[in-house]
Design a protein around this ligand. Structure first.
Ligand code: ARG
Length: 427
């Protein structure tokens, strides 16, 4: 075929697809501009082929009557929410030694169920910061192929960690030779692991830069990986075009990671004021899971969490919330990450009220979960706001979340990629 003929048939093809384009009108809602907090009352949204193509008055849309119309009158309409820190393939009731009995296929099946619960909660994009055997990559692909419902997933694959660190598994004695897949030591070891993650489909790199609460035998305050290793991880990931999320609770590990150039610090529990300032200077996001402590302390024992972990949580939980408050006051860039999987998937929205209790306005908490996360994910062009050209990831609630952020604990309408996943408005 000549080039010109090819161009012609392409044009014909796109004309045909315009004629058959599926168009949906989300009619007459109170559309929240998450950048400003302004509410456009009685505003409609025109969706075509999974994208937002119009926002405002229906008269301006050039409707031809063939559109599917969904009534959102009286509802408050927002962009789909996002969570920068989830573990879809983990279950909240399989902590500690129980996890040893869970096979990779079994965990992946939990991931299928949990993806659906997460979407049902109004979360249309999540970053999965660590999963065995690239099960999160498989989940992302199954969702993208339309085989199972779920949010957009940004998978990290296996999380990098030092031998015996928070991202290793330390439950069994030496003779079992148990070792997490993401364990690597030394600058070249960690570079190899970053490359392996990219090879198998990871879109973000996660590493453990300090001890953790839920791992056996690790100290929250102790830095894991040297500065040299952290720099190697960040450099290799950035060379390959991936962002880096570090698990870090302790002051020194947080500092070293920010200096090494990570894109987000997960947990950030014992961050000091100097590191908050440095994070601001460098544009590093803080992703602070300020809800999960309540779950761990109230239900953790029953869920299998080790006694030493419960003790560590008692040391870190409140301190993290106070750090969050300082970071918000200082104007740090805040993400919305919850560590879902430690607590039950689908309850992600509970964290909004905690963020407001600890110093954010409802709008700031919503921004963390929409435009801020979009920026952290490198997806500002496609998600995070209801604007022409963005993906049609749209939710609605029946009360004003700027007055009562708990409205986001019970999302009534969810559209992802232009398809309605749930609609309970008016019921
Ligand atoms: N996955 C984290 C860890 O084990 C959970 C920390 C939860 N506690 C908290 N206060 N955020 O370290």
């Amino acid at each position: 075929m000549t080039l010109r003929l090819a161009a012609l048939s392409l044009a014909a093809l796109s004309a045909a697809s315009t004629a058959m384009a599926e168009r949906t009108v989300l009619s007459g809602g109170n559309v929240i501009d998450v950048r400003t907090g302004d509410i456009m009352t009685d505003a409609s949204i025109l969706v075509e082929d999974g994208r937002i193509v119009g926002v405002g008055s229906e008269d301006s849309f050039g409707l031809d009557g063939a559109e599917t119309v969904i009534d959102l009158q009286g509802a408050y309409v927002l962009p789909g929410l996002s969570d920068s820190h989830v573990h879809l393939t983990s279950r909240h009731d399989d902590h500690g030694y129980r996890g040893l009995a869970v096979s990779l296929p079994r965990a992946t099946i939990s991931g299928v169920a949990n993806a659906q619960k997460t979407l049902r909660a109004g979360f249309t994009t999540v970053r999965n910061v660590g999963a065995g055997g690239y099960s999160d990559v498989a989940l992302r692909d199954a969702i993208m192929d339309g085989e199972i419902p779920g949010p957009r997933v940004i998978p990290a694959g296996v999380a990098l960690g030092i031998t015996g660190g928070h991202c290793d598994t330390n439950l069994l004695p030496f003779e079992y030779k148990d070792r997490a897949e993401g364990v690597a030591d030394g600058p070249w070891g960690v570079r190899q692991k970053v490359r392996q993650n990219v090879k198998y489909g990871a879109e973000v790199i996660k590493y453990c830069g300090t001890g953790g609460v839920l791992s056996k035998g690790t100290k929250i305050g102790a830095q894991q990986f040297t500065a040299e290793e952290m720099e190697a991880i960040v450099d290799e990931a950035h060379l390959l075009g991936l962002k880096v999320a570090v698990h870090a609770h302790g002051t020194k590990g947080i500092r070293t990671a920010i200096e090494a150039g990570v894109d987000s610090v997960e947990h950030s529990s014992l961050i000091d004021d100097e590191s908050i300032e440095l994070a601001k200077e460098k544009g590093t996001f803080l992703s602070m899971d300020v809800y999960v402590s309540d779950f761990i302390l109230a239900e953790g024992e029953e869920a299998g969490i080790l006694p030493e972990s419960l003790e560590k949580e008692r040391q870190v939980g409140r301190a993290q919330r106070e750090s969050f408050q300082r970071a918000v006051k200082a104007g740090a860039k805040m993400a919305f990450g919850t560590d879902a999987g430690v607590y039950a998937h689908g309850l992600n929205g509970r964290q909004f009220a905690y963020m407001v209790e600890w110093g954010m306005s409802p709008l700031q908490a919503i921004q963390a979960s929409t435009i801020n996360n979009a920026e952290l994910f490198g997806m500002s062009d496609s998600i995070g706001a209801i604007e022409v050209g963005k993906e049609a990831d749209i939710i609605a609630v029946d009360g004003n979340p700027l007055d009562n952020v708990k409205e986001l604990e019970d999302v009534d309408f969810i559209m992802v990629d232009g398809s309605v996943f749930a609609n309970e408005l008016g019921e």
